[in-house]
Design a protein around this ligand. Structure first.
Ligand SMILES: [Zn+2]
Length: 142
């Protein structure tokens, strides 16, 4: 299995602006910076980490604005909000491709694993109609 660091989006400012506009969000400077952080710089951040960052880097942004922006990005399918079994926190993930996660147990860092690299064969009773899988692998990174 080949695990890579998270595929980060490299979006230009105008691409982020366009995404926000198509989601019906006014692209203010603060929202643009927030989106740059969440979509391009952060690596599977929790809501708390996004708040921390916003508190340090964005002048006088309210927590409500941060939450609303994150929620709107999730609704617009620009960002995913994940709950994974290793933590009770919501994690934001801009990688919208089908993928699983590998948790480096030492650092707590999550790596994206392309779903094509994972071969699962399921023998579930026929009555279960599987619509998706959330898989988290755990271990060390060599
Ligand atoms: Zn991911």
């Amino acid at each position: 299995m080949d695990s890579k660091p998270m595929k980060k989006a490299h979006l230009s400012r105008s691409e982020i602006e366009a995404k926000l506009q198509s989601a019906g969000i006014q692209p203010t400077l603060q929202r643009l910076s927030l989106c740059r952080f969440v979509l391009c710089e952060a690596d599977h951040p929790t809501a708390e980490e996004v708040m921390d960052w916003a508190g340090k880097n964005l002048d006088k942004i309210s927590l409500a604005t941060v939450y609303n922006t994150l929620n709107t990005l999730v609704e617009a399918k620009i960002l995913r909000a994940l709950r994974l079994p290793h933590s009770d926190k919501v994690i934001y993930d801009p990688n919208m491709d089908d993928h699983f996660h590998f948790l480096d147990e030492k650092s707590g860092k999550l790596y994206d694993v392309d779903s094509n690299e994972v071969n699962c064969s399921l023998k579930l009773p026929k009555k279960f109609k599987v619509k998706g899988m959330d898989i988290i692998f755990k271990g060390d990174i060599k």
